[in-house]
Design a protein around this ligand. Structure first.
Ligand SMILES: *Cc1c(COP(=O)(O)O)cnc(C)c1O
Length: 397
């Protein structure tokens, strides 16, 4: 009998499963087994979706919005998306430039796929969101990592970008506020980096998923608004998951130059079709019922900010740990390199000995750090950081 040929394609063999989801799954399995785990690994808000959003979705479901919809999104939602960009940033786009996809992750992937061909190089700033390298590879393109560590506040300088550019460079990925570091670039910093991308004729994928989760004096920047030239080469991704606590809904948005938006819609039409039709009506309510939505977001922001400051202060009290006060998202990225332990071992032992779940920096291309999500209860943070301190004291001996 013939044995079948080797089963897996190069795509399947080359993809790495998401390490953040893996740590979270391990922590949840321990929890399910009755263990008292302090989870800092999850990349999602601990809040529930605001009621008015759920109710709009339920009404749509009951009202029979259960059929296929146009692939790039229902018309009122595409209109509301471009209206929002106009109101918040003065970006003037048409609904035809907006695409609604099944999660911001898929918006990013389609953005890469629409622009990059096999062999193209994509500049990926590190520490990076774990999915960028994999999506670039799935497009047959090559990720080029540029590491900005805590000495530059996890922010690239124009010179660092310039040094990574080759004749094959096609795209630059930007992500401010950043997952995993929480770093927020100023508008001036982004303008200087984007000037390098313009000079070398690159496309820009600007992942602005955390635009509304900023603290202190930090402001979100919509890169596409810098100039007409920049707008013509920028794919802007955002979404509902993080701002509105809608991670399970799977709805993200792209606004791009028309030919790219059309290509993204066509790719999506063969890969997934439209986002769940009735879910889109929930997203529409999030944008339309602005006052209710703002009130809900504000409540989350107050809690995130309180936890951010507390966790930051407690981390810096631990001998051997140093942590910048990030101004965005819901992550801190403390440096633990002084312990002389690989961050992967650090995290494994931390979970085994102290039942604290954290993701190692190396999962994001930056050895010697931890990513701690503070999108969890104040009690969990207090208990977890005390356990982390105890663990670190044990390492010091
Ligand atoms: C969470 C996240 C996304 C996308 O989230 P979805 O759940 O797919 O909408 C995109 N980029 C970054 C940096 C993220 O952290």
């Amino acid at each position: 009998m013939n044995t079948p040929p080797a089963p897996l394609s190069i795509w399947a063999r080359n993809v790495s499963p998401s390490p953040t989801l893996a740590v979270d799954a391990k922590a949840k399995a321990l929890q399910a087994a009755g263990e008292d785990v302090c989870g800092f690994a999850a990349g999602e808000p601990d809040f529930d979706t605001p009621d008015h959003i759920k109710e709009a979705c339920i009404a749509a479901l009951k009202g029979g919005k259960t059929k296929y919809a146009p692939t790039p999104g229902i018309e009122p939602l595409r209109q509301a998306i471009v209206d929002r960009y106009a109101a918040e940033y003065g970006l003037k786009a048409t609904p035809a430039q907006a695409v609604v996809s099944p999660g911001g992750k898929f918006n990013c992937y389609l953005g890469v796929l629409a622009v990059c061909s096999p062999g193209d190089e994509v500049i990926v700033p590190a520490p990076y969101w774990v999915s960028y390298p994999e999506m670039v590879k799935l497009a047959g393109a090559v990720p080029k990592y540029v590491l900005a560590d805590d000495r530059t506040g996890f922010r690239l300088t124009p010179a660092m970008v310039e040094a990574a550019i080759t004749p094959r460079t096609r795209m630059l990925i930007l992500n401010s506020p950043s997952n995993p570091t929480g770093a927020v670039y100023s508008r001036a910093e982004l303008e200087a980096i984007v000037a390098v991308a313009l000079k070398h004729n690159l496309y820009i994928l600007s992942d602005e998923m955390y635009e509304h989760l900023v603290y202190d004096q930090a402001k979100p920047t919509c890169v596409a608004t810098f100039s007409k030239e920049v707008e013509a080469r920028t794919i802007t991704v955002a979404g509902f998951s993080k701002t509105y606590a809608m991670t399970g809904w799977r709805i993200g948005t792209t606004v791009a130059p028309l030919p790219i938006a059309k290509a993204i819609g066509e790719l999506q039409s063969q890969m997934s079709s439209n986002v769940t039709t009735f879910a889109q009506y929930g997203a529409l309510a999030a944008l339309k019922e602005k006052e209710k939505t703002q009130a809900a977001v504000q409540k989350m922001l107050v809690a995130f900010d309180r936890r951010r400051k507390f966790l930051h202060a407690e981390l810096n009290k631990i001998p051997g740990v140093s942590c910048l006060l990030a101004e965005g998202a819901f992550y801190l990225f403390p440096n633990i390199s002084s312990f002389g332990v690989k961050d992967m071992d650090f995290c494994t032992r931390l979970l085994e000995q102290e039942r604290v779940a954290a993701v190692p920096g190396s999962a994001f291309g930056a050895e010697g750090y931890l990513r701690l999500s503070y999108a969890t209860s104040d009690e969990t943070i207090a208990k977890g950081v005390a356990r982390l301190a105890k663990f670190c004291a044990g390492l010091k001996k």
